[in-house]
Design a protein around this ligand. Structure first.
Ligand code: ATP
Length: 248
């Protein structure tokens, strides 16, 4: 049976600076508890799609000019990024964005600022993040700017987890990282998905790796979804292999 849509993006059009049409009617769904991959080449519109959902678009003079976005059956496209975090939807931006001068632990704690519960709950989640990311525990007192790219990516994901999210929008976690670290990060994402029921919408250029961890995938080309399907089917599809294997 088909799981009920949880996050649904319905035919959105996005324009930057009032003139540059980047998304030309994108629709996608993330069912509860799933990992969905949003794939496509550089510039296809993956980041723009994630930012439309988290509403980080405004800061870049981008506007959703058509369509709508729903989370758990309610419109979310007019909510502020902070309200969305309180509702359980959070984005991990491309390029990691840790606070370089703060320690790893201080970075993680900044992720908890929207939480209504007190110190005890936050401490519990911090310990949970350290269980999932043992490298972060080892590096907890190090300044983030002095940790490796992989550790900074883990820190960015861990910081999102500190907000107790239900839905994480993860932008290009593999960017610039060695294959072995990419696998390590994806294994942890899969673990968080299975054990903590966190759903993920994952934007990736690294098609084949993403399809190994995702349940379902969409392929975006020049602002349109051109193909979608179960991750296994897409990974075995001849067109996908031909177009994207070389890029991964
Ligand atoms: P990448 O992997 O490079 O992030 P992407 O698939 O995520 O690629 P987007 O970043 O969403 O693609 O960009 C889609 C298109 O929108 C590109 O042509 C890009 O130049 C354009 N674009 C992105 N941000 C802006 C902006 N703030 N103002 C104007 N155009 C933008």
């Amino acid at each position: 049976t088909q799981a009920a849509p949880y996050l649904s993006v319905n035919n959105i059009e996005v324009i930057y600076d009032h003139v540059i049409l980047v998304l030309k009617g994108v629709s996608l769904e993330v069912p509860k508890g799933k990992i969905v991959a949003l794939l496509g080449a550089n510039g296809a519109g993956k980041s723009t799609t994630l930012k439309s959902i988290s509403n980080l678009l405004r800061a870049e003079r981008g506007d959703v000019t058509k369509g709508n976005i729903e989370f758990k059956g309610r419109r979310i496209d007019q909510m502020t990024p902070a309200d969305l975090v309180r509702k359980g939807v959070i984005q991990v931006m491309e390029g990691r964005h840790c606070f370089e001068h703060l320690t790893i632990e201080e970075n993680l704690l900044t992720g908890a600022y929207t939480r209504p519960d007190g110190h005890a709950g936050i401490k519990r989640t911090l310990e949970m993040v350290y269980d999932y990311f043992p490298r972060l525990k080892t590096r907890r007192a190090s300044q983030a700017g002095y940790t490796s790219g992989g550790e900074q990516q883990m820190c960015a994901i861990g910081r999102a987890i500190m907000a107790n999210p239900e839905m994480v929008l993860l932008d290009e976690p593999s960017m610039g990282l060695a294959p072995q670290i990419v696998e390590e990060i994806f294994e942890i994402v899969k673990d968080l998905n299975r054990k903590e029921s966190v759903s993920f919408l994952l934007a990736e250029q690294n098609t084949m790796v993403a399809l190994r961890y995702a349940d379902f995938g969409y392929i975006l080309e020049s602002g349109r979804i051109v193909m979608e399907g179960d991750a296994k089917d897409l990974a075995n599809n001849e067109d996908v292999k031909e177009f994207y294997l070389g890029l991964s």
